[in-house]
Design a protein around this ligand. Structure first.
Ligand code: BG6
Length: 488
């Protein structure tokens, strides 16, 4: 059960690439969950489109199977599934066939006033052509919203090109660029933690924060999408978007209002304050080697000589008044010890210890915001070791796992797509990236990637199920710091 449900108005949603992986794994299950929770009206219409010829019934069956495969049995039931698939239909469509576009626009003919969402779950090479066809068939009116998802370019120039193709036919206020990390509950909670509580703001700065660690570790490899990944690498796939978004939400100034442009203005300022890493020691690229059970990265992507990184660690600096002198360490990688994502804010040591040497050293306060697994927030404190043995200091966690904290241990955390798709229908862009944000992120990433390409060096190998290459540990050790453990 999700805590509270505010129904959305009737809408039309048209999914391009509706028979693809994202649609089956994420979109259809997310829409079903919102329907089951009573948020979608029965008058909503969801149309799949794609090149495969298919009738409405075929698509309904595909959706039913996708939901059975990707939604846990205790979160679905036959009655709501039957009612949900009755909202679905399918229109076969080749992007360059005017007849197909006319058929789609006829099907949408009634209901012009409702929000109409075109979700482009297709490669970025089709964003421009689809946008132009929508406009040519009068499907870009003010009730229309268009949703696109990464990769939003592979460098600054290509991102600008995509932005300008969309801007030819849509206003910025109609374009929803998804970064699914922004839809994760804890990521939104980071904003609540910072801006709905007075406790942290006075210490949320370089005077009190020693450093910040942002980790997105995955235990999976790249098998199955090797071609895409090998042309992309961890820096483009994860840092340019997800990790930089987490950094922005951690580092941004309080916006004056919680409205889309106020929030995004502050995030853009952070991105523009990022300075280039000061030297090659501040970036470590890694690539997993194989073991007796699992293949190496090179084998997974079918190119043993590949120079693409499956791991990257970067020491980043936000050069502004609030953060000058407080490094932000970012790391992400595949085939690491565990699937674990968190933002950890390390506070500075107490200025003076009053305790005798025998009490032991006080530990730093660390505020850890856990994205997955077990979403929640932990604050590590130094306390007195209980018992009569004199003053001895030890560490303890103030732990708030959200499900427990809300007194609902079986609370189902909604998937990011549930929140994001509903926001598109409601017309709320707060959790979506604006064009200048995407470009500012690429402007910081581009020189790193160009530099590697010019140097032609190979990423450092690391063991499967490790924390990444030794060099990444050294990156921290040189600064007298340590990464937090990657563990569940
Ligand atoms: C995607 C990346 O954007 O995010 C994938 O392309 C990655 O490589 C995925 O596995 C991670 O998302 P999540 O939600 O599982 O942490």
């Amino acid at each position: 059960m999700v805590a509270r449900v505010v129904p959305v108005p009737a809408f039309d949603l048209i999914v391009f690439g509706a028979t693809g992986d994202l649609s089956k794994r994420k979109l259809l299950p997310a829409l079903y969950q919102r329907f089951r929770d009573g948020q979608l009206p029965e008058a909503a219409r969801i149309l799949g489109t794609g090149r495969s010829p298919m009738e409405d019934d075929g698509f309904r069956q595909l959706a039913e199977e996708a939901i059975q495969n990707h939604v846990a049995a205790d979160h679905r039931d036959a009655d709501s599934l039957r009612r949900f698939v009755s909202l679905l239909g399918y229109v076969p469509l080749s992007v360059d066939s005017d007849d197909d576009w006319r058929a789609l626009s006829d099907r949408l003919a009634h209901g012009e006033d409702r929000p109409c969402v075109f979700y482009l779950s297709v490669g970025p090479d089709l964003f421009g052509p689809i946008a132009r066809q929508l406009a040519a068939h009068g499907l870009n009116g003010s009730n229309v919203r268009i949703v696109v998802e990464k990769p939003l370019g592979h460098d600054l120039a290509s991102a600008r090109d995509l932005n300008s193709q969309l801007a030819e036919v849509f206003q910025e206020g109609q374009i929803y660029r998804i970064d699914h990390y922004l839809g994760k509950e804890t990521v939104q909670n980071l904003m609540a933690l910072r801006f709905a509580n007075a406790l942290f703001e006075p210490v949320w700065n370089a005077r009190h924060v020693d450093h910040v660690q942002i980790t997105v570790a995955e235990s999976v490899g790249v098998a199955g999408r090797g071609g895409f990944y090998d042309a992309t690498g961890a820096t483009r796939d994860m840092v340019q978007n997800h990790l930089l978004q987490l950094l922005c939400l951690t580092a941004m100034e309080p916006p004056a209002h919680f409205d889309p442009d106020a929030v995004r203005d502050e995030k853009v300022k952070v991105l523009r304050s990022l300075t280039p890493p000061s030297g090659s020691d501040d970036i470590v690229r890694g690539q997993y080697r194989g073991n007796e059970r699992l293949e190496s990265y090179g084998e997974d992507v079918g190119d043993p000589a590949s120079r693409t990184e499956s791991f990257v660690a970067i020491k980043a600096a936000v050069a502004n008044w609030r953060w000058s002198g407080t490094p932000f360490y970012l790391r992400t990688g595949k085939r690491l010890r565990a699937r674990m994502s968190e933002i950890a804010v390390f506070f500075k040591d107490a200025p003076h210890s009053i305790f005798p040497h025998s009490a032991g050293e006080p530990l730093p306060n660390v505020l850890a915001i856990r994205l997955q697994p077990d979403e929640g927030i932990t604050l590590s404190m130094t306390i007195k070791d209980p018992g009569p043995g004199g003053m001895r200091l030890t560490g303890a966690n103030l732990d708030m796992t959200f499900a427990d904290g809300l007194g609902q241990p079986d609370l189902r955390m909604p998937d990011a797509y549930e929140r994001l798709v509903m926001d598109v229908v409601r017309g709320d862009q707060t959790l979506f990236m604006r064009s200048d944000e995407v470009e500012a992120a690429w402007a910081w990433i581009d020189p790193l990637i160009t530099d590697w390409a010019e140097r032609r060096d190979r990423p450092t190998p690391y063991d499967i199920a490790s924390s990444g290459p030794e060099d990444a540990l050294m990156l921290m050790h040189r600064d007298g710091r340590r990464w937090r453990e990657i563990a569940i």
